[in-house]
Design a protein around this ligand. Structure first.
Ligand SMILES: CC(C)(COP(=O)(O)OP(=O)(O)OC[C@H]1O[C@@H](n2cnc3c(N)ncnc32)[C@H](O)[C@@H]1OP(=O)(O)O)[C@@H](O)C(=O)NCCC(=O)NCCS
Length: 187
């Protein structure tokens, strides 16, 4: 698995030794309730199950620990993309997600990590389109997606395992064509 350097971050493969730190940061309703498939409360065995699943990801998927450059052993969050499960069934869509420990919010890290992972999806992998969503009550995530080029395709509802609730959400899509167009414009 690759690792990606950005201005302030190192996105690296997850390791078994990340499990305790994963639990410490991820075991928060502010995080789990915004995500589709993060259990809450989040136990050590949840973290171990997740790390086991990441080891078996297919070639069209990638998952990274988000770390600060200079402290690569201490993850501050996670991000990745890969085949989506829609209504508990595998789908042809490529989903994309990210989260940060609460102490790291509001510093632009999610945008920095998302930008790098999107580039990985389109340039290292052969992703044609990324389909994701954010809860309407989570405008910060909507902003990260809009800033990284996603287009709002309208209202849907999404289930969160962490909260047990299905809530209004926005469907967000980034096509390869749009990604390449924006890349050309930014040169
Ligand atoms: C969503 C999340 C990753 C954002 O991380 P972050 O590092 O704070 O994000 P960034 O700083 O890169 O960007 C956040 C943007 O949202 C904006 N924002 C923050 N709170 C907002 C709010 N309540 N309303 C509107 N915009 C808001 C920020 O101003 C910033 O935009 P700007 O750069 O134009 O000013 C983080 O809050 C998180 O981990 N949440 C829980 C998990 C989650 O929601 N994951 C995504 C699921 S779809």
């Amino acid at each position: 698995m690759d690792q990606i350097e950005t201005e302030r971050l190192l996105l690296r493969p997850l390791r078994e030794t990340d499990a305790p730190r994963l639990v410490k940061l991820a075991n928060r309703p502010e995080i789990a309730h915004m995500l589709a498939s993060m259990p809450h409360p989040y136990s050590l065995s949840d973290a171990e199950d997740f790390l086991g699943a990441v080891r078996k990801l297919p070639a069209n998927a990638a998952n990274f620990a988000i770390t600060l450059k200079g402290a690569p052993d201490e993850l501050i969050g996670g991000t990745g993309y890969g085949p989506a499960n829609r209504d508990d069934k595998p789908s042809h869509e490529i989903d994309f997600g990210y989260w940060l420990g609460l102490d790291y919010w509001g510093k632009g890290y999610a945008t920095e990590a998302a930008t790098a992972v999107i580039r990985h999806a389109f340039e290292v992998n052969t992703t044609e389109q990324i389909d994701t969503e954010h809860l309407t009550i989570n405008p910060a995530s909507g902003r990260v997606l809009t800033k990284t080029g996603f287009v709002d395709k309208g209202e849907i509802t999404c289930y969160s395992q962490g909260s047990g609730l299905t809530r209004p959400s926005r469907k967000m899509v980034l096509t390869r064509a749009r990604y390449l167009e924006q890349k050309a414009q930014s040169k």
